[in-house]
Design a binder for this molecule. Sequence first.
Ligand code: BGC
Length: 420
Amino acid sequence: MLPLIDRSFTCASVKYMSNARSNTFPKGFTWGTATAAHQVEGGNWNNDWWDWEHRPNTVCKEPSGDTCDHYNLFPQDIEMLAKLGFDNYRFSVEWSRIEPEDGEFSQAELNHYRAVIDACRANNITPVVTLHHFTTPRWVAAMGGWTNDSTADLFARFSEKAAKSIGQDVGKWCTINEPNMVATIGYLLGEFPPGTKSRDARRKANDVFCRAHEKSRDAVKSVSNAPLGITLAMQEYTINIEDESHRGAAEALRNQAWDGLEDCFLEVAKGDDYFGVQTYTRERFDQNGRIKPGEDMRKTIMGYEFRPQALEACIRRAWDKTGNVPIIVTENGIATSDDNERIEYVHGALEGVLTCIADGIDIRGYTYWSLMDNFEWTYGYGPTFGLVACDWKTQKRTPRPSAHWLGNIAKSNTLAPRPA
Ligand code: BGC
């Protein structure tokens, strides 16, 4: 046997041993796509987002309406996902449907999600269930939402009820999707509900979300053995200075961003079964703070820098900061009108995943956001993230070439070259 070339290096707390990179993913690596209830189901009128979309003077482009009618069309959507070659489906259950008023649980809605899980299992798809993906019942919002300590307890009560009623065949749990986005965009920037603009409110919301994750984790774990984690919106943050003397200031601002957006969640995830990394782009910092992507830079429909390499950087940070909790990429994707560009993006991101795996990082799966074009929050229906196009008038689904390309990678568990 040839000796391995030791390219080991130390990055923060962990020592990586670099092996030659293979194009094949580890045995048992999972391949999925993700959606969220409010973005695909339609008619979720009983949560804070529906209220927000219909208010004048918000930055929302349009209301969500029926969106993809996935509430009714889930059987065919899950069958389509399986036929494409994927083995798991990450979706969220809508708290405001299951608990429309304080302490009143709807058996009919629990049965609905039970049917979604059954449809996954019938198609050999592992259901990955998110308990909170951005939307909060109106009655919880009216009680102070995520700056009220008792919301963590209410969320734990809901989590336990959901896990008890529908948990038997759940493959994995995600307690909260990107709490950092709700806290920052909703409580600091005022662009998501509740539209607050306050540093203190953001800090408090981060804290309540962390407690909610811990309490929900305990509640779910008391009734289900399925692996559980939290997911975080992460971005690659790089320093971009012309004069070395500005490095200290730029790094301080970058660290401040990490502190407000990521660090408490990476800390609270220690001891979870997995950590969900969700990455779309990078942001650059100079001595004055964030720099917008330059005019000459390649950008996505969201206005983000086209940066597939960001995923690798975020995986490394999550692995280090959580003290080596196994990673699942629970979201990664691109809004583009050019499907070749989608393939290029995912191919680049997966190369980074393989490099991390060669370096000894335990990565267990990749999930593309999103299965189909859907309601992109304040941006409305403009950004097309889907592997599958959705005609919202006829509800016709049309898989794009990228859906077949990624589905085939899923089937072979090997990164194929990009089509010429
Ligand atoms: C969210 C999704 C969103 C996606 C694309 C993530 O931040 O979890 O709900 O649609 O990014 O912007």
